[in-house]
Write a protein that binds this ligand. Sequence first.
Ligand code: HEM
Length: 137
Amino acid sequence: MTTDIVRIRQNWAHAVAAKEIVGRLFYEHLFRIAPQTRPMFPDTLDEQGRKLVQTLSWIVDHLDQPDALGSGATDLARRHIGYGVLPEHYNAVGAALMATLQEGLGEAFTSDDHDAWLRVYSGLSQQMIAAAYSEAG
Ligand code: HEM
Protein backbone atom coordinates (compact mmCIF):
# COMPACT_ATOMS: atom_id res chain seq x y z
CA MET A 1 0.00 0.00 0.00
CA THR A 2 1.45 3.36 -0.91
CA THR A 3 2.13 6.09 1.61
CA ASP A 4 -0.59 8.20 0.00
CA ILE A 5 -3.23 5.57 0.75
CA VAL A 6 -2.06 5.20 4.35
CA ARG A 7 -2.25 8.97 4.86
CA ILE A 8 -5.66 9.24 3.22
CA ARG A 9 -7.08 6.39 5.32
CA GLN A 10 -5.80 7.95 8.54
CA ASN A 11 -7.22 11.37 7.67
CA TRP A 12 -10.54 9.93 6.55
CA ALA A 13 -10.96 7.74 9.66
CA HIS A 14 -10.48 10.88 11.71
CA ALA A 15 -12.86 12.95 9.54
CA VAL A 16 -15.74 10.44 9.42
CA ALA A 17 -15.86 10.43 13.20
CA ALA A 18 -17.72 13.72 12.59
CA LYS A 19 -19.42 12.86 9.31
CA GLU A 20 -22.37 15.27 9.68
CA ILE A 21 -19.85 18.09 10.01
CA VAL A 22 -17.87 16.84 7.01
CA GLY A 23 -21.02 16.90 4.84
CA ARG A 24 -21.99 20.39 5.99
CA LEU A 25 -18.50 21.87 5.60
CA PHE A 26 -18.08 20.32 2.15
CA TYR A 27 -21.13 22.10 0.66
CA GLU A 28 -20.28 25.37 2.41
CA HIS A 29 -16.86 25.29 0.77
CA LEU A 30 -18.16 24.12 -2.60
CA PHE A 31 -20.73 26.93 -2.82
CA ARG A 32 -18.11 29.50 -1.75
CA ILE A 33 -15.61 28.24 -4.36
CA ALA A 34 -18.13 27.62 -7.16
CA PRO A 35 -21.45 29.39 -6.36
CA GLN A 36 -22.75 28.47 -9.80
CA THR A 37 -23.09 24.85 -8.62
CA ARG A 38 -25.64 25.69 -5.84
CA PRO A 39 -28.75 25.42 -8.08
CA MET A 40 -27.68 21.94 -9.20
CA PHE A 41 -28.34 20.58 -5.69
CA PRO A 42 -31.55 20.16 -3.68
CA ASP A 43 -32.41 22.89 -1.12
CA THR A 44 -31.80 20.54 1.79
CA LEU A 45 -28.38 18.95 1.83
CA ASP A 46 -28.43 16.52 4.79
CA GLU A 47 -29.20 13.46 2.66
CA GLN A 48 -26.81 14.60 -0.05
CA GLY A 49 -24.04 15.00 2.55
CA ARG A 50 -24.69 11.48 3.85
CA LYS A 51 -24.46 9.99 0.34
CA LEU A 52 -21.28 11.92 -0.38
CA VAL A 53 -19.57 10.75 2.82
CA GLN A 54 -20.70 7.13 2.21
CA THR A 55 -19.31 7.17 -1.32
CA LEU A 56 -16.06 8.82 -0.26
CA SER A 57 -15.71 6.07 2.37
CA TRP A 58 -16.24 3.45 -0.33
CA ILE A 59 -13.59 5.13 -2.50
CA VAL A 60 -11.10 5.32 0.39
CA ASP A 61 -11.72 1.62 1.15
CA HIS A 62 -11.05 0.67 -2.49
CA LEU A 63 -7.97 2.79 -3.22
CA ASP A 64 -5.85 -0.36 -3.26
CA GLN A 65 -8.29 -2.17 -5.59
CA PRO A 66 -7.94 -0.28 -8.88
CA ASP A 67 -10.36 -2.46 -10.86
CA ALA A 68 -13.26 -2.08 -8.44
CA LEU A 69 -12.41 1.57 -7.88
CA GLY A 70 -12.26 2.26 -11.61
CA SER A 71 -15.60 0.68 -12.38
CA GLY A 72 -17.34 2.31 -9.39
CA ALA A 73 -15.88 5.71 -10.30
CA THR A 74 -16.86 5.30 -13.97
CA ASP A 75 -20.48 4.53 -13.03
CA LEU A 76 -20.53 7.48 -10.63
CA ALA A 77 -19.11 9.85 -13.26
CA ARG A 78 -21.61 8.71 -15.90
CA ARG A 79 -24.53 9.27 -13.48
CA HIS A 80 -23.18 12.78 -12.90
CA ILE A 81 -23.68 13.73 -16.55
CA GLY A 82 -27.40 13.49 -15.84
CA TYR A 83 -27.01 15.89 -12.86
CA GLY A 84 -25.64 18.55 -15.24
CA VAL A 85 -22.04 18.15 -14.03
CA LEU A 86 -19.29 19.37 -16.38
CA PRO A 87 -15.60 18.38 -16.41
CA GLU A 88 -14.52 21.77 -15.00
CA HIS A 89 -16.63 21.23 -11.87
CA TYR A 90 -14.31 18.45 -10.70
CA ASN A 91 -11.56 20.91 -9.72
CA ALA A 92 -13.99 22.87 -7.56
CA VAL A 93 -15.13 19.67 -5.84
CA GLY A 94 -11.48 18.72 -5.21
CA ALA A 95 -10.74 22.16 -3.75
CA ALA A 96 -13.86 21.94 -1.54
CA LEU A 97 -12.78 18.52 -0.30
CA MET A 98 -9.28 19.79 0.60
CA ALA A 99 -10.73 22.85 2.35
CA THR A 100 -13.13 20.60 4.30
CA LEU A 101 -10.31 18.34 5.48
CA GLN A 102 -8.17 21.35 6.34
CA GLU A 103 -10.92 22.94 8.40
CA GLY A 104 -12.18 19.70 9.95
CA LEU A 105 -8.81 18.19 10.88
CA GLY A 106 -6.91 21.40 11.61
CA GLU A 107 -3.22 20.91 12.31
CA ALA A 108 -3.59 17.13 12.02
CA PHE A 109 -3.97 17.71 8.25
CA THR A 110 -0.34 18.26 7.21
CA SER A 111 0.95 19.56 3.89
CA ASP A 112 2.08 15.99 3.05
CA ASP A 113 -1.49 14.83 3.70
CA HIS A 114 -2.80 17.62 1.47
CA ASP A 115 -0.43 16.57 -1.34
CA ALA A 116 -1.45 12.91 -0.99
CA TRP A 117 -5.18 13.81 -1.33
CA LEU A 118 -4.45 16.09 -4.24
CA ARG A 119 -2.52 13.40 -6.13
CA VAL A 120 -5.18 10.76 -5.55
CA TYR A 121 -8.16 13.07 -6.23
CA SER A 122 -6.51 14.37 -9.43
CA GLY A 123 -5.91 10.85 -10.70
CA LEU A 124 -9.42 9.70 -9.85
CA SER A 125 -11.16 12.77 -11.25
CA GLN A 126 -9.17 12.55 -14.49
CA GLN A 127 -10.26 8.94 -14.81
CA MET A 128 -13.90 9.92 -14.12
CA ILE A 129 -13.81 12.77 -16.65
CA ALA A 130 -12.22 10.54 -19.30
CA ALA A 131 -14.82 7.81 -18.70
CA ALA A 132 -17.80 10.15 -18.79
CA TYR A 133 -16.92 12.82 -21.34
CA SER A 134 -14.44 11.46 -23.87
CA GLU A 135 -15.97 10.40 -27.17
CA ALA A 136 -14.53 6.92 -26.80
CA GLY A 137 -15.88 6.62 -23.23
C1 HEM B 1 -15.27 12.09 -6.74
C2 HEM B 1 -16.18 13.06 -6.90
C3 HEM B 1 -17.64 12.94 -6.51
C4 HEM B 1 -18.26 12.09 -5.63
C5 HEM B 1 -17.64 11.02 -4.74
C6 HEM B 1 -19.69 12.39 -5.68
C7 HEM B 1 -20.69 11.73 -4.98
C8 HEM B 1 -22.05 11.85 -5.23
C9 HEM B 1 -23.07 10.93 -4.78
C10 HEM B 1 -22.82 9.69 -3.93
C11 HEM B 1 -24.27 11.37 -5.26
C12 HEM B 1 -25.64 10.68 -5.04
C13 HEM B 1 -26.22 10.15 -6.34
C14 HEM B 1 -25.38 9.06 -7.03
O1 HEM B 1 -24.73 8.23 -6.36
O2 HEM B 1 -25.41 9.04 -8.26
C15 HEM B 1 -24.00 12.60 -6.00
C16 HEM B 1 -24.96 13.37 -6.61
C17 HEM B 1 -24.70 14.61 -7.15
N1 HEM B 1 -23.45 15.18 -7.33
FE1 HEM B 1 -21.68 14.33 -6.93
N2 HEM B 1 -19.89 13.44 -6.54
C18 HEM B 1 -18.66 13.78 -7.07
C19 HEM B 1 -18.44 14.80 -7.98
C20 HEM B 1 -19.36 15.79 -8.27
C21 HEM B 1 -19.06 17.00 -9.02
C22 HEM B 1 -17.72 17.38 -9.64
C23 HEM B 1 -20.22 17.74 -9.04
C24 HEM B 1 -20.37 19.10 -9.68
C25 HEM B 1 -20.90 20.13 -9.04
C26 HEM B 1 -21.25 16.96 -8.35
C27 HEM B 1 -22.59 17.30 -8.21
C28 HEM B 1 -23.61 16.41 -7.89
C29 HEM B 1 -25.04 16.67 -8.10
C30 HEM B 1 -25.63 17.95 -8.70
C31 HEM B 1 -25.72 15.53 -7.64
C32 HEM B 1 -27.25 15.28 -7.67
C33 HEM B 1 -27.96 16.03 -6.56
C34 HEM B 1 -29.44 15.66 -6.54
O3 HEM B 1 -30.18 16.19 -7.35
O4 HEM B 1 -29.81 14.85 -5.71
N3 HEM B 1 -20.69 15.80 -7.90
N4 HEM B 1 -22.64 12.85 -5.96
